[in-house]
Design a protein around this ligand. Sequence first.
Ligand code: ATR
Length: 298
Amino acid sequence: MKPVYTLEDLVSRDVLDAGVHKPARLAVLGYPIAHSASPRMHQPALDAEGIDARYIRLEVEPGNIPEAFARMRALGFIGCNVTVPHKLEAMAACDEVRPDARALGAVNTVRFDADATRGFNTDGPGFANAIEDEFGVPLGSLTVAIAGAGGGAGQAIATQCVLLGMERLVLANRSVEKLETLAERLGELGGRTEVSMFPLTGAALMAACQDCDLIVNTSSVGLKEGDPSILTADCLRAGHLVYDTIYQPPVTPLLALANQTGCRTANGKSMLLHQGALAFQHWFPGTDPLAVMKAALA
Ligand code: ATR
């Protein structure tokens, strides 16, 4: 059993170690993919449900998603998760895409049904469930500021906020041009949310953040040792809810600053968990994998 399989392995069940291990029927596709924590939570959930399937990591180079889907289908895979950088390519490679995934602009979960390859997005809904789980309040009832909204995670979370009919959304990013494209897309959703945009520094952003209930980091700032906090201390106040989509390290510079300020904080582990549980339920409707997955990630 390999820690990472490749497209070349998707030629026969023998290459995937059939007969030796449970048959590979689910996978997470990315490039690179060796670091993915997804098998760590999906495999125990499969085992607990008594499903005869193995969840593998599959390294797929950009451009090869349609081929990967075709080979997985031929080998009887149930579905897959898709991560960076494949979420757009996966959307294009599906026969049908759920409207909310289309609005989110990305597919992270795929189901190989007999009649069609169907695409879903559980990142946005998984984030909403994570916020309710961590802080005990529905995401749609909050006003939210997203720092580093220019990347894929920022786009998914901003879209989820608008789909939930949130009253007010603040977007902040190093390059403001990226926000203009995002704001245009959010406007096309036709919701009631008032969206404002700021660069990452300045008094206007500080005032806008102070006025929000929830602050979210969706950037990669905080992943690397020595990274600063994406926001300065004057953007935070006691009572703020602060969520970092990063979970490694568990306490990012933003969360450390928020803890010192008296905010309630949580990291991206709960988003990983909830998007995973929702994906599992797309493959196996009626199951409830959350508790097993949570224990496996702990
Ligand atoms: P993706 O998630 O699509 O792969 P990314 O390139 O990893 O995107 O960037 C994610 C976010 O992190 C972006 O909002 C990016 O800001 P820019 O749009 O201005 O590039 C943000 N980001 C990355 N490094 C940053 C840094 N050193 N300072 C501020 N923001 C940063």
